[in-house]
Design a protein around this ligand. Structure first.
Ligand code: SAH
Ligand code: SF4
Ligand code: F3S
Length: 459
């Protein structure tokens, strides 16, 4: 039996990294690694990095600076700390990371995580680097989590169903860091979801860089759509809620739109990044749809499921964006009435076409536009939350709240809801009457506080 060693994993960036971090920890568990919540007592530190914007990448290098001091201090006490860089910076920069930060022992790209145990052995002798896209699929090789680990991670879980992207938006590094689009087979996903549900997970969020481009092999040997996959997963006992993210407007096909109408377990919230409301900019971004296409899609989705709320991502200050283009974006935001959105300043990424475009927008203009747009969106978000007051919604309880006797859960729209109720309700879905609205959260009371029957199904 090997001595237990401590592992600290820090995730940056998107949900794919959160999922991958868990799978790395699961794969290292049989090697004797136990997770710890702080880097100070760790024998192995993994930074699972993001390359999407310049500041995301820079964050990693400043963290590596701190880790170097920690590693040196540990070495003085005769303790060896191994530092690994995983994720999209690892894929994009490879051995350049070790040149810039020699404290790093191991660099591993997103498609090679199943090689970690063997790479750690190699890192004992020198630096270990892997940024290939191996043929075998890592999903078959990565170890699943134990039942106890699943329970510890909570009642809501991510499952990667699709990875990579072939869309090549002109601003984006993802096609270079995550490679070509691939989908996992339906039954492999169903097995993973069944295992999670059996250990108490109630809500599954299917994730992928382009999740609705999903086309995994079904039992019948054919390619299944995401809509078909959702139907299959909704049959699994214990699965009460399904979500998926992130989608591309071009890949919302009829089966997926119909799933929003037909599947009670599919939550009425959809993250659909549009990036800009200007046709000129959408074209320069290579998004392959117009503003009118997007609005038509929103209408079709609303017709299929009137309860749907939409969230999105926006980039301001893309090269060539004029004040008028920007006002088109603001008008689109108002027209759709998003319930929330992320806004980003365009960040030129090395190797992407937009980084070399002329007419880069001045930093001051980017800052001003970001503030205007954020302000519009904050107002929409406040309106959306305010409308919940006085309504009753199903809440999936996730964890104890900060106040004694309080528990916290999520509404169908992913807003947190605080309720005074016993801890025994964690993992259950109950109707809650919303009594108060905070800036980001809701407060309410149980509608049937004494109901004896557990209620799993959504109303
Ligand atoms: N696959 C998803 C998004 C992945 S990246 C999609 O197609 O929409 C998440 C978000 O980061 C993007 O939606 C975009 O708004 C933002 N983003 C990506 N590259 C960026 C860049 N170079 N500068 C600023 N924001 C960027
Ligand atoms: Fe990036 Fe575009 Fe692919 Fe999304 S669809 S990951 S923004 S290239
Ligand atoms: Fe970042 Fe890579 Fe995700 S660049 S957003 S961690 S796919």
């Amino acid at each position: 039996m090997t001595r237990p060693r401590k592992l600290y994993v820090k995730s940056y960036g998107c949900q794919m990294n959160v999922y991958d971090s868990h799978r790395m920890a699961d794969t290292l568990a049989p090697e004797g690694f136990v997770e710890t919540g702080t880097p100070e007592d760790a024998d192995l530190v993994i930074l699972n990095t993001c390359h999407i914007r310049e500041n995301a990448t820079e964050k990693v290098y400043s963290e590596l600076g701190r880790l170097r001091e920690m590693k040196d201090a540990a070495a003085q006490e005769g303790r060896k700390v191994t530092v690994a860089v995983a994720g999209c910076v690892a894929q994009a920069e490879g051995k350049e990371i070790i040149r810039r930060a020699p404290t790093v022992d191991l660099v591993v790209g997103p498609q090679s995580y199943h090689h970690l145990p063997e790479m750690l052995a190699r890192a004992e002798q020198g630096k270990a680097i892997e940024t290939e896209f191996p043929i075998e699929t890592k999903f078959d090789k990565l170890a699943p989590p134990s039942r106890a680990t699943v329970k510890k991670r909570g009642v809501s879980s991510f499952v990667t169903v699709q990875e990579g992207c072939d869309k090549f938006c002109t601003f984006c590094v993802v096609p270079y860091t995550r490679g070509m689009e691939t989908s996992r087979p339906v039954e492999k996903i169903a097995e993973e979801v069944a295992r999670l549900a059996d250990a108490g997970v109630r809500e599954i969020t299917l994730i992928g860089q382009n999740v609705n481009a999903y086309h995994g092999e079904g039992k019948d040997g054919r390619d299944w759509t995401l809509g078909m996959l959702l139907h299959r997963l909704a049959e699994i006992p214990g699965v009460a809620r399904l979500r998926y993210t992130t989608s591309h407007p071009r890949d919302m096909d009829d089966s997926l739109i119909a799933a929003h109408r037909d599947l009670a377990a599919l939550m009425p919230q959809l993250h659909l990044p549009v990036q800009s409301g200007s046709d000129r900019i959408l074209d320069a971004m290579n998004r392959n749809h117009t503003r009118a296409d997007f609005l038509r899609l929103i209408n079709r989705l609303r017709a299929a499921q009137p309860k749907l709320a939409f969230t999105s991502d926006f980039i301001v200050g893309f090269p060539g964006e004029t004040e008028e283009d920007f006002q088109d974006t603001r008008r689109l935001v108002a027209e759709v009435g998003f319930s929330a959105a992320y806004t980003f300043k365009y960040s030129p990424r090395p190797g992407t076409p937009a980084a070399d475009m002329e007419q880069q927008v001045a930093e001051d203009d980017k800052n001003a536009r970001l503030q205007w747009l954020q302000c519009d969106i904050d107002r929409l978000q406040a309106d959306f939350l305010a409308k919940s007051r006085g309504t009753t919604m199903d809440v999936l309880f996730e964890k104890p709240g900060q106040r004694a006797g309080q528990i916290v859960g999520r509404s169908p729209y992913l807003n947190s809801v605080h309720v005074m109720a016993p801890h025994s309700l964690i993992g259950e879905i109950r109707p809650v009457a919303i009594t108060d609205v905070g800036t980001n959260t809701l407060f309410g009371t149980l509608v049937h506080p004494h109901a004896a029957e557990p209620m799993l199904a959504e109303a």
